[in-house]
Design a protein around this ligand. Sequence first.
Ligand SMILES: *Cc1c(COP(=O)(O)O)cnc(C)c1O
Length: 460
Amino acid sequence: MKSKYYAEPFKIKMVEPIKILTAEERLEKIKEANYNLFSLDSEDVYIDLLSDSGTGAMSTGQWAGMMAGDEAYSGSKNFKNLERAAQNIFGYKYIQPVHQGRAAEKVVLPILLGPGKYAISNMHFDTTRAHVEIAGARAIDCVVPEALDTETYSPFKGNMDTKRLKKLIAEYGAKNIGLIIMTITNNSAGGQPVSMENLRETSKIAAEYNIPLLIDAARFAENAYFIKQREKGYEDKSIREIVLEMFSYGKIFTMSSKKDAIVNIGGLIGIKDDEGLYEEVKARTIPFEGFISYGGLAGRDLEALAIGLEEGIDYNYLKYRIGQMEYLAARLDKANIPYQSPVGGHAVFIDAKKLLPHIPYYEFPGQALAVELYKEAGIRTCDIGSFMMGNDPDTGEQIESQFEFTRLAIPRRVYTQSHLDVIADALMSIKERADSISGYKINWEPEILRHFTAKLVPKK
Ligand SMILES: *Cc1c(COP(=O)(O)O)cnc(C)c1O
């Protein structure tokens, strides 16, 4: 097949009908939701791009696996299957399931961090940062400067800034750095990949100073695909070979399996060979997550996860998956709609600051565009900008975010290319009337994480 984009490498066996409200009904619904997309009922959404986490569609193989759940309290056969699949794919000796990514963080991070310690990462995901801080330590982000430039092409915008990493280690003292964390792909930088060279270099620095390297591995398969596409020397390697090499540079991984392992719930901890650390992980898993052979999951969920890990590293699946982002990005390029470029692995980040330049940061351009996408076509997205950042805890002033993005997170194996066309068409039509779109002000907000529940009103 000589087509630039792969069509879906699956056919549809079961469908979930979605409601299409009229434009008038949508106006009513979003008003009732106080212009906060989190307050909408999912039933009133046509295309839901709020998150790619746990929102993927399982395969016939996974559903068949669900029926083969062994719900024994200990020593379930599904645990054995999961352990075998994960040992094989990652090359780590010890595998511990947990109920989701943040549970893995809750179990692992306090073992390696404590008051006075630091974790340095290419970028901490929100829950990772929270667990670093709950452990009493401090989280430092150390991403390459290219990540902040949304327009210039760079193949690996998710990379660790290794020069700065060395400086930070010298400044804080190696014995105070409890962990180096490599997030693949770099979620907070827009799903941007990390190169093999950068993983290797970071691992070398970690070994030199005797600091453990932890891989935050939610989107490990998408990262491997980008390495195959973009890094010299990896064109002819299989995804499986690339994944094995990537993980060889870490000592531990934590993973939300709700992303690349294509399950609705689940997480993993992997430990390469440190038996002492594994003992500590088991001791903390039992009170927090349950016995080690189920880790907060039903037997059937363990089986779906074992199968999903394999499906997630299938080359044709990944080509289709990343191809969806590339297809949407190509349509946006044609229409001159600005976004974080090149697109990452799981989402397209529309640059609302550039699309709606007349809306100041304190009237939330990213949120204004998100509301407009819902009004236009029933598409649900979210603001990654000043609305999400909230107020400065010391001064109470609205923070001005570096970016004003509207994030379109694409669930796995859920929407077709026709849905992507609806999204592109909606953005084009919004662009045409961009001048007439107003900003928002907040009527009510809670003190922390306000964007989930705040109530807004249009500025005019
Ligand atoms: C989603 C995610 C987590 C947290 O996982 P949950 O399953 O949502 O608890 C941690 N790190 C990264 C990079 C993630 O994307």
